[in-house]
Ligand binder design. Structure first.
Ligand code: MN
Length: 284
């Protein structure tokens, strides 16, 4: 029953009520590594040991109020960030109604496009914010449920998919609209927001029935439920692992529902997912 986060300065925290308990010394259980580093995130690969050490530290841990916590991405070193294109029917409909926002005339769904990859260097926490480097280009928000892989696997059957999940986080798959490849448009620095924390698997009985939402400057933009995913979480893990070996800390952005829209500098994005919590980030 844990929500675990990384605070600025690479400090480790555990949510306790409306405070973060700082348990950074729990990181001492991680192996000391030398080059070449193994692929994958070492915190996630050793999550049970880290959580056990954190538990011991909780009684004496310093408490930080939530509104003073500075959240980095809870996963520091994924080997890859996987994205699911057009994985909600109503988002497919709005993309087509928009005349093909990406200069496609007949937008299809995930069964046609498969998956895409986002650059790891695009990953940030909610306190870092989204930076729009070129204001001449339209940038859209996409709120998404993100799966954090916990255990390595290849050719994972959907019936065993959750054995490979560490937990979930809310995320933003920020996107430049235009004709370029998704891997370019979604990989700009700060365009993969994750957090504020990782919610462990045991807190989420089913990831395929979670409400998710996003407001821009207090105005509702996205209101949806993961039950409407075309490929649900288990199917995404099966599909991805038939093609890539999944490693601890790998992230699967499961796709955005309807309601995407433009953001510009100064916008405040409040977003959340049922059972995972609500958070805020800003557009810089
Ligand atoms: Mn997306």
């Amino acid at each position: 029953m844990t929500k675990i986060c990384r605070l600025r300065g690479n400090r480790l925290g555990i949510l306790q009520g409306d405070q973060i308990a700082e348990v950074t010394p729990a990181l001492d259980v991680l192996p000391q590594l030398r080059w070449p580093l193994p692929h994958g995130d070492q915190l996630i690969a050793h999550l049970p040991e880290v959580l056990a050490a954190a538990e011991q530290l909780l009684p004496g841990a310093q408490r930080i109020p939530l509104d003073q916590a500075d959240f980095l991405s809870p996963v520091a070193n994924p080997s890859k960030i996987i994205g699911a294109p057009v994985n909600y029917r109503k988002h497919q409909d709005e993309a087509n109604a928009d005349g093909g926002v990406n200069f496609e005339s007949d937008v299809k769904d995930i069964s046609h496009y498969g998956l895409f990859l986002k650059a790891n260097s695009s990953l940030v926490g909610v306190s870092e914010g989204v930076r729009i480097a070129d204001p001449a280009r339209r940038v859209d928000h996409e709120v998404e449920l993100v799966v954090v892989i916990g255990r390595s696997g290849r050719n994972i059957d959907r019936a065993q998919a959750f054995d490979h999940v560490a937990g979930y986080a809310s995320g933003l798959d920020m996107t430049v609209r235009g004709p370029e490849d998704r891997s370019l448009r979604k990989s700009l620095d700060t365009f993969s927001v994750l957090g504020p924390w990782l919610t462990t698997l045991d807190e989420v009985p089913s990831p395929d029935a979670l409400g998710l939402w996003l407001d821009v400057n207090g105005t509702p933009r996205q209101r949806a439920n993961t039950r409407d995913l075309i490929y649900g979480v288990a199917r995404l893990i099966e599909y991805a692992s038939e093609r890539f070996t999944l490693l601890p800390g790998d992230l699967i952005y499961t796709g955005t529902p309807e309601g995407v829209g433009q953001v510009t500098a100064g916008d405040v994005l409040d977003f959340g997912i049922e059972l995972l919590g609500e958070t805020r980030t800003t557009v810089l």
